[in-house]
Design a protein around this ligand. Structure first.
Ligand code: NDP
Length: 523
């Protein structure tokens, strides 16, 4: 019997051990030999289909290298995928919950065996260093294990509690919604891609997966694993393509029942709008689950352990080059400790290595030309909005390698309403904001439209309790980094413009993909 109590998060690999580093290097060789250069076609109704046009995935750390290609779905392909998924739904919805859950567990077992391969592919395709890649694959395994087990509470009739009533049997059933579209970002191309499929699928839905263009290969590998685990044809339709084309077509389609989207605020809000417009023949109100961007702040007050605070700042800001929705992009420091904190932070940032994911640099290249240009724009703005304390250049080069390299950058004394302090940059760029005191710091923290992650480094119990209630963030951390939520341990999702707070990896996440039916029988 599957029980949520049996779920345990995966431990991370310790890369201070030489044998683990060597194993990673071997995996890189294997991936270079077997996966790099691969082409992933579409998968519709279990059939691999190629398209005339292709999407190319580049190595961001060495842009002369093509990592591989995927097919590029057309509108006709999207239509076929949608119709096929509805056909598959007729039988998939009737499977027992435990039978569906077992497929996720089998997929988890396969991914555990291929853990370092998945890591290595991410190092090459999106530039993750060893630890960043490893925690992501661990998270992907956790999603499979956690959703498989948490599905069991929705199985069967009476699965949720109702109150006893004389002469009747009453109960609730949790039913899948139907066919949905899952649109995912490139920054967690393994864990988020997989989690956003596994949850609706185990609940009995069929899903069309549209991966991000920059990470089609790792997405293809995850789909292969789910199919190898026994997922029936049509339950998962793999549709690499262009978001503005096939993504747009599917999100506006009358037969799309739900949309689960993780990505930028601009695209998420657009999807929210177009999905709300009822199409001719549409039978339902589409359910839209959005996980969007952030402008996440860490407050350091005068009571904080400065070493803890600076470590939290460095890890939160520069892990995967600040390309996390949860990344710390605003450091808010109380005036009386501002110089001490900022000097130590700058010193630690200057010591970070910049290079490729494959050579396990601390900071690697950002994902693509668009991202590089966007960050460069903010770096040009930086001297007029604050003092550049370290970095400040988008070099496009590191150790002789041409790629989308940006120096870890800290900009001091940024005004709270400056663009640098308000807009999501999504790169290794931190704005430091000076607060007059604790209360001012909290106001600054809450002064964005976002509300994803946040943190406080303080030893003042009353302040921590105040922040617990008043800091507007879906995930709030005290005296540690503000990134790295663990499935089941820290359910993840944002408030305000950061999303619909669906709490991925949380006890009620699967309910997003189900509808409830109350059934009453009078005896
Ligand atoms: P984007 O919003 O650019 O893209 C996300 C996905 O949406 C991609 O698959 C993209 O396809 C697709 N897309 C683009 N336009 C449309 C459209 N009109 N209709 C339907 N789909 C579309 O985000 P990024 O991939 O750049 O990811 C980074 C963003 O994601 C950041 O803002 C980050 O904060 C956020 N994020 C949020 C998380 C959270 O949990 N809250 C977690 C991770 C990231 P294509 O690739 O073809 O353009």
């Amino acid at each position: 019997m599957l029980k949520i109590q049996d779920y345990r998060p995966q431990p991370f690999i310790d890369f201070t051990q030489e044998e683990n580093v060597n194993a990673y290097k071997s995996a890189l060789k294997k991936v270079r030999a077997e996966l790099v250069g691969k082409h992933y076609p579409l998968i519709i109704d279990g059939e691999r289909i190629d398209t005339a046009e292709k999407l190319t995935s580049l190595n961001p750390c060495d842009t002369s290298e093509v990592v591989g290609t995927t097919a590029k779905a057309t509108i006709e392909d999207a239509e076929r995928a949608l119709q096929g998924a509805w056909k598959a739904f007729e039988s998939w919805k009737k499977w027992d919950m435990d039978a569906r859950a077992r497929i996720l567990l089998k997929a988890s077992a396969i991914l555990k065996r291929r853990r370092l391969e998945a890591c290595a592919l991410m190092s090459i395709e999106v530039g993750k260093n060893y630890a960043e890649a490893d925690v992501e694959v661990a998270e992907a395994i956790d999603f499979l294990e956690y959703y498989a087990r948490s599905a069991m509470k929705y199985a069967g009739f009476g699965s949720s509690e109702t109150t006893w009533f004389e002469g009747e049997e009453n109960g609730l059933m949790s039913l899948p919604l139907g066919v949905g579209v899952s649109i995912s970002p490139w920054n967690f191309p393994c864990a988020i891609f997989l989690g956003m499929l596994a949850a609706p699928i185990v609940a009995g839905n069929c899903v069309i997966a549209k991966p991000a263009e920059d990470s089609g290969l790792i997405a293809g590998m995850m789909v292969d694993i789910l199919l190898e685990a026994g997922l029936p044809a049509g339950v998962l339709q793999f549709l690499p393509g262009v978001g503005k084309e096939v993504g747009e077509y599917l999100t506006t389609h009358a037969r799309t029942r739900f949309i689960t989207f993780t990505g930028s605020r601009a695209v998420g809000l657009h999807i929210n709008e177009v999905a709300a417009k009822t199409q001719p023949g549409q039978k339902w109100i589409k359910k839209v689950i959005l996980e969007l961007g952030g402008k996440d702040g860490l407050i350091v007050d005068e009571t904080a352990d400065l070493d803890v605070a600076v470590t939290a700042a460095v890890q939160g800001a520069f892990g995967f080059n600040g390309q996390k929705c949860s990344a710390m992009s605003r450091l808010i420091v109380v005036d009386s400790v501002y110089d001490d904190v900022v000097n130590a932070f700058v010193e630690r940032a200057k010591a970070l290595t910049v290079g490729t994911g494959e050579e396990n640099a601390n900071v690697t290249a950002v994902v693509n030309q668009m991202s590089f240009d966007k960050i460069r724009g903010y770096l040009e703005l930086a001297p007029s909005e604050g003092t550049v304390l370290c970095g400040g250049k988008a070099t496009g080069e590191a150790n002789g390698q041409q790629g989308y390299y940006v120096q870890p950058t800290i900009v001091g004394d940024v005004k709270r309403d400056a663009r640098l302090a308000q807009e999501e940059i999504f790169g290794p760029v931190v704005s430091v904001i000076r607060a007059s005191d604790w209360q001012d710091a909290l106001e600054i923290a809450n002064s964005t439209e976002y509300g994803l992650t946040g943190g406080v480094c303080s030893r003042d119990r009353a302040r921590l309790e105040q922040a617990r209630h008043e800091f507007e963030a879906g995930n709030l951390y005290f005296n540690r980094k503000i990134t790295g939520a663990i499935v089941g341990v820290q359910p993840f999702g944002g408030y305000n413009m950061s999303g619909t707070d669906s709490k991925a990896g949380g006890p009620d996440y699967l309910a997003n993909f189900m509808q409830l039916k109350t059934v009453t029988e009078r005896w």
